[in-house]
Ligand binder design. Structure first.
Ligand code: BGC
Length: 745
């Protein structure tokens, strides 16, 4: 009796001391974590490593459901898919009834905005505007935190060279250099001024690792990759995100060279927590611990839990392998308690850093929630980043921008769509009441009288019954805008497509409308690069508008009518057809590089039935103005490894309107111990110039930019000649000059 009383008294004092701020301030977070760990049973520790999903499923749901008693028993450490202050308060309250009152962490896939929806991440990448991308993540975090959520499962930093993979929409595209810069911007945006601030949410970098290289672009598929490619192309964005302070990592569904990422010791223990010194925690992907059974890597979930914890997976997202088997694994002597302690320590540390031990409800403020969600200033920014993300692919005879005097026929299945503007991974879907459709955006500009409309066809149907009405409407107008593309849920998770053409009869609608002889502008709304050759060959103006979010209609109208001069550049190569995939700009030359772009049978690398070039290259995007590049100067034609070269050139706005240009710097190591890509992006800047204005642009070349992983996986530069290229896209190099890296003296 006395023993029980004393034990409870100590427990009470312990929890009280750990929780009170005055005491807490005197103690470091590690000490506070240790104090609570000393009070925890094995089951409570394992509880911290267990994450359940609420009914808003983003994967296969366990038939077992969730029993509130499990939370009260301290058997759950985190939830995903609980959102909104009220729901979070209710659930957190249950945790507060547990013995140790350890707060729950709430995570959610906030991929491109919370209530204010921003362009999909791939679209934002097309802005090449790092400040704007950071700001988008910042606002997303402000709204997420205001809705009570602590943690977003973003950014996805997987390099993706295969547009068949539906998840290309979630990332920054195909390039490692751009991908690193964007990874850093997104993590910085989400985590803001640091944890402890109630508007900072934890980032979760995913999917570790190499998921973007799933064979054939097939979701959940295997990855087979050389070590060098892994290190050189796929890992750097993860490292960049880590260096930016990312709190958590998510592993992934794929196996990498035969070892599932979730059970991969090399990836998680050796690289992430070892060589890179990551001190945050790793969460599995949805059910991915259990899926190691289907992979054929382990016999059952008992072995799956063993493989995952051994490999460094700290938290189990919904596979229920940890709560069921970890305790037994410890008892059976298979899992040393220090592995459990390390995982729990990592998780608790984040809960302390987030301030949740000081106040588990500190993100639960209904007034703030009301103020921040869809806040007008956020909407202004959504419009701004929306227009920055649009890429002008074609503009023959300067048909764009449009005059507001003309009568416009707006035709197509996406013209009035609101829900498709939200794109995949939308937090508030199916609520699309706040979205500005393209019809609304254009109507606001030119008024009801001058705007005609017909749907023409559905996105994916084969019916052409709407064509007649569309033709009649087109014939009444001066100009036609056709809004076509993908439905919001055909790019995204589990949305791999073998055929990436415009779905349904949409391209036939384009042909029919084009045959009226009216000037036609096409808007393509999609989550990935699509194939639309007929349109690209015939239609004079094309804007790639992706899925732009809440302000889509306004952003698109801004570009159509010239209130914003388009400045986006493609972050992925657009193929001519699916047979060209994978296609990316930084390929190796081969011993028989193509002599030209034609499709002749000339014993050179390529296809006999297709041009070698892509439809639209990486880095490509037009403007309503033109830019001239001149006067390239290198501060020296030689450098040694500890020196730098200053590169400068003049950029002039040679057209008639103000505009921004993304200048791109590429390098080619001409002769090396391993063949190097024909060009690699190593710098870019987005420059605004008034008509006629010129500016001197500077880049610095240092040894880092010249280095690569050699065949011993050492990061080295090798003396010799390099070609430096400055371009407006990867395929349109305007200035170039060779320089030499001298042997180290
Ligand atoms: C996805 C993750 C996502 C998780 C939680 C998984 O299916 O692969 O990217 O964060 O679900 O929704």
């Amino acid at each position: 009796m006395l023993f029980k009383f004393l034990r409870n008294a100590f427990l009470f004092i312990g929890i009280f001391l750990i929780s009170t701020t005055t005491f807490a301030k005197k103690k470091s977070i590690d000490e506070r974590v240790d104090s609570i760990m000393n009070l925890m049973t094995l089951d409570e520790k394992i509880g911290q490593m267990n994450q359940y999903s609420n009914s808003l499923a983003t994967g296969p749901v366990s038939p077992e459901g969730i029993k509130p008693q499990e939370i009260k028993d301290g058997k759950v450490g985190s939830f995903l898919n609980v959102k909104g202050v009220d729901n979070i308060r209710i659930t957190q309250n249950m945790a507060m009834q547990s013995r140790l009152k350890i707060p729950l962490l709430f995570g959610l896939d906030v991929i491109h905005g919370y209530k204010t929806t921003f362009p999909i991440p791939l679209a934002e990448a097309a802005s090449w505007d790092l400040q704007a991308i950071e700001q988008s993540a910042r606002i997303a975090a402000i709204e997420t935190a205001a809705a009570g959520v602590h943690w977003t499962f973003a950014p996805m930093v997987d390099i993706a060279r295969d547009p068949r993979w539906g998840r290309v929409m979630e990332g920054a595209g195909e390039d490692t250099y751009l991908g690193c810069a964007i990874a850093k911007a997104r993590v910085t945006g989400f985590q803001g001024k640091g944890f402890g601030n109630t508007d900072a949410v934890m980032a979760c970098v995913k999917h570790f690792a190499a998921y973007g290289a799933a064979i054939g672009g097939r979701e959940y598929n295997s990855v087979d990759m050389s070590e060098r490619t892994l290190w050189e192309t796929y890992l750097p964005p993860f490292k960049a995100a880590l260096d930016a302070g990312a709190a958590t990592f998510m592993n992934s569904f794929n196996d990498l060279n035969g070892t599932p990422a979730t059970g991969n010791v090399y990836l998680q223990r050796d690289i992430l927590k070892g060589k890179w010194g990551f001190t945050g925690f790793v969460v599995s992907d949805w059910g991915s611990i259990g899926e190691m059974v289907e992979h054929g890597f382990v016999k059952d979930k008992y072995e799956a839990a063993l493989a995952a914890i051994t490999a460094g997976n700290d938290m189990d997202m919904e596979s229920r392998s940890y709560p069921k088997h970890l305790a037994q694994l410890v008892k059976d002597g298979k899992v040393p308690i220090k592995l459990i302690d390390d995982a729990v320590r990592r998780i608790l540390r984040k809960k302390f850093e987030m301030g949740l031990f000081d106040d588990p409800f500190r993100f639960c403020n209904s007034i703030r929630e009301k103020q921040e969600l869809n806040n007008p200033t956020h909407r202004i920014f959504a419009r701004e980043i929306g227009r920055k993300s649009i890429v002008l692919l074609k503009n023959d005879e300067n048909i764009l921008p449009l005059s507001k005097e003309k009568t416009i026929a707006l035709i197509g299945p996406l013209a009035k769509s609101k829900e498709d503007m939200l794109g995949f991974w939308n937090v508030e879907w199916p609520d699309n009441s706040d979205v500005v459709s393209q019809f609304e955006g254009i109507e606001k500009r030119i008024g009801k009288q001058k705007l005609l409309y017909a749907k023409g066809c559905a996105i994916s149907d084969t019916s052409k019954v709407g064509f007649a009405e569309a033709l009649a409407v087109a014939n009444k107008a001066d100009i036609v805008i056709l809004s076509i593309g993908e439905k919001r849920d055909i790019s995204g998770e589990a949305r791999s497509r073998s055929n990436i053409q415009l779905p349904g009869v949409q391209e036939e609608l384009v042909k029919a409308i084009y045959s009226t002889g009216k000037p036609v502008i096409v808007l393509i709304n999609a989550g990935r690069p699509l194939v639309f050759n007929w349109t690209a060959d015939h239609v004079p103006a094309i804007l790639y508008t992706w899925w732009l979010g809440s302000e889509a209609g306004n952003a698109i109208a801004d570009v159509l009518f010239g209130d914003y001069n388009p400045s986006g550049k493609l972050p992925m190569t657009f193929p001519r057809n699916e047979g060209q995939i994978p296609i990316y700009y930084n390929y190796l030359n081969t011993g028989r590089p193509a002599l030209n772009d034609s499709a002749i049978h000339d014993y050179h690398s390529g296809y006999i039935d297709l041009q070698r070039s892509p439809r639209f290259p990486f880095g490509f995007g037009l403007s309503y103005t033109t830019f001239a590049y001149s006067n390239l100067k290198l501060s020296s034609a030689k450098m040694s490894a500890n020196e730098t070269i200053d590169v400068s050139f003049t950029l002039t706005n040679s057209g008639k309107s103000a505009g921004e240009e993304v200048v791109q710097l590429y390098l080619h190591d001409l002769v090396a111990s391993l063949v190097r890509p024909v060009k690699e992006l190593k710098g870019f800047q987005k420059i605004m110039l008034k008509p006629g204005e010129s500016k001197t642009i500077h880049f610095s070349i240092d040894n880092q930019k010249l280095s690569f992983y050699n065949n011993k996986l050492e990061w080295v530069s090798e003396p010799g000649q390099f070609n430096l290229m400055i371009g407006t896209s990867s395929a349109d190099i305007r200035l170039s000059q060779e320089f030499e890296l001298e042997a180290f003296k």
